[in-house]
Design a protein around this ligand. Structure first.
Ligand code: ADP
Ligand code: MG
Ligand code: MG
Length: 251
């Protein structure tokens, strides 16, 4: 479903290369974890997947269902079924969360050639998804992410993901800022989305999240390259020994 081939990307503004030849394949039905020390390029990879303009791809390719997405803008990528939950979700003053959800869901449906959801059906779906995430509906009247706590922002991201039903989900540090109860709720929210026709990429610095979202594969990103891939045991090894061993091995 996702194939990243020798991906090089740099910061558009100053030309600093951050991704230096990333190779990664994720199949439909798979949950892949990307781990790595701070500054290794994990968030940059998620931005490049989303198509953010601040980054330039200088070499390599990103294939989604066998086709390059490099020429697609962020909206086209979303319409094609990509969903990115960012480490630092954007605040949108003046747009109530509920309004945002309605527009996001219906524009997604339009792009897929499905009829718009009428208000009662939309409300029903939002209420159910919010309930599952233990979110208060009153929160949805507030502007998106404005003044939300770290945990509330993460829940709001997962809420969007549940409602949009994407095919390829990339979650960047969804665990940061969550206490253990919130972590379990968010992990459950992700786990119910596991399905044979969907791939999920979980980016995390810590192994803890992977106790709740058990990955099929684990990849270590370091200085803009995947230096090691393995199964879930690799995450446990990292937790025990830190990144130093793997970094030395790769060097
Ligand atoms: P991670 O998510 O693994 O912690 P990031 O992708 O956030 O890593 O960052 C990788 C490196 O790129 C870091 O050294 C960071 O400082 C740098 N970086 C990323 N984006 C920018 C930017 N827009 N301007 C300057 N430096 C950046
Ligand atoms: Mg970081
Ligand atoms: Mg990051």
């Amino acid at each position: 479903m996702l194939e990243i081939k020798n991906l090089h990307a740099r910061i558009a503004e100053d030309g600093t290369e951050i991704l230096r030849g990333v190779n990664l394949s994720v199949k439909a039905g798979e949950v892949a974890a990307i781990m790595g020390p701070n500054g290794s390029g994990k968030s940059t990879l998620s931005y490049v997947l989303a198509g953010r303009e601040d980054y330039e791809v200088t070499e390599g390719d990103i294939l989604y269902n066998g086709e390059s997405i490099l020429e697609m803008d962020p909206a086209e990528r979303a319409a094609a079924g990509l969903f990115l939950a960012f480490q630092y979700p954007m605040e949108i003053p003046g747009v109530a969360t509920m309004e945002f959800l309605k527009v996001a869901v219906n524009s997604q449906r339009k792009a897929r050639g499905e009829p718009e959801l009428k208000i009662p059906e939309m409300l029903k779906r939002v209420r159910q998804a919010a309930d599952e995430l233990d979110m208060d509906m009153a929160m949805l009247k507030r502007p998106l992410n404005v003044g939300f706590s770290g945990g509330e922002k993460k829940r709001a991201e997962i809420l969007q993901m549940k409602l949009l039903e994407p095919k390829l989900c990339v979650l960047d540090e969804t665990d940061s800022g969550l206490d253990i109860d919130a972590l379990k709720i968010v992990a459950d929210g992700v786990n119910v989305l596991r399905s044979p026709d969907r791939a999920i990429v979980v980016i995390t610095h810590y192994q803890r999240l992977l106790d709740y979202i058990v990955p099929d594969s684990v990849h270590v990103l370091y200085k803009g390259q995947v230096i090691k891939s393995g199964q879930k045991e690799l995450a446990q090894e990292l937790e025990k020994n830190g990144y130093a061993g793997i970094v030395n091995e790769a060097a």
